[in-house]
Design a protein around this ligand. Sequence first.
Ligand code: DHB
Ligand code: FE
Length: 284
Amino acid sequence: MAKITASVFTSHVPAIGAAIDLGKTAEPYWQPLFAGYEFSKQWMKDNPPDVIFLVFNDHATAFSQEMIPTFAIACADQFKPADEGWGPRPVPVVKGHPDLASHIAQSVIQDDFDLTIVNKMDVDHGLTVPLSLMCGQPAADKFEWPCPVIPFAVNVVQYPVPSGRRCYNLGKAIARAVESYDQPLNVHIWGTGGMSHQLQGPRAGLINREWDNAFLDQLIADPAELAGRPHIDYVREAGSEGIELVMWLIARGAMSDQPPKVRHRFYHVPASNTAVGHLILENT
Ligand code: DHB
Ligand code: FE
């Protein structure tokens, strides 16, 4: 039987990927941000998953206004880093896990969540930046991510987007699906995007430290209550792109009902014009 043992939560700011790719991580602006992920990279080495179920959002890269799945599970055997306008990031191709992904699709769809099945998708910064932060840059002579990844895309770009409650309950269905897989796999589930940020309009650059940290507190201690928060609160308090945080409820919902062990917590401003939040939770 497969098991979800831990969840990881992290922002996915594209400028972080650019800082890594251009060798700027030790610069004074970036050093404090990357220092917050030193623990995480070691933790990944000490607690290697067999598979990562990576909840992220596509930023009109693989999908467009022509087709907008609310929840999409990627079942292919590999996913190329996307060209988001300045060439693909120099990071490895993401290897999938078609067998587990298909099993989860079967289980979750029969459990009343209507997922879109994706058999071809390039993955943008929403997925590659969290991998870079958590795994570092793979060595040239072994240019691959440490394990297979199942990309799971959520629409948080075009309204209507799914509610926090829907995301939280979907996480529970994903956990049931993983637990009914007949191979003994150690699965980590990641929730990415956020924290407070607004990229356009008169409020561009909005950061709300207090709200972000209260969100982290509640995500750890009382996610069921947090799941009831309406979209308008995210948008008002955390900015228009702060709504990405609803995706964290999928990963949190997939954790056991026991209080998790908080292995790492980090919060930093600024990264480009956004706040960065990061948690590692282990099932107890
Ligand atoms: C930016 C883009 C994002 O998708 C995000 O989540 C944060 C920041 C940006 O373009 O700066
Ligand atoms: Fe984003």
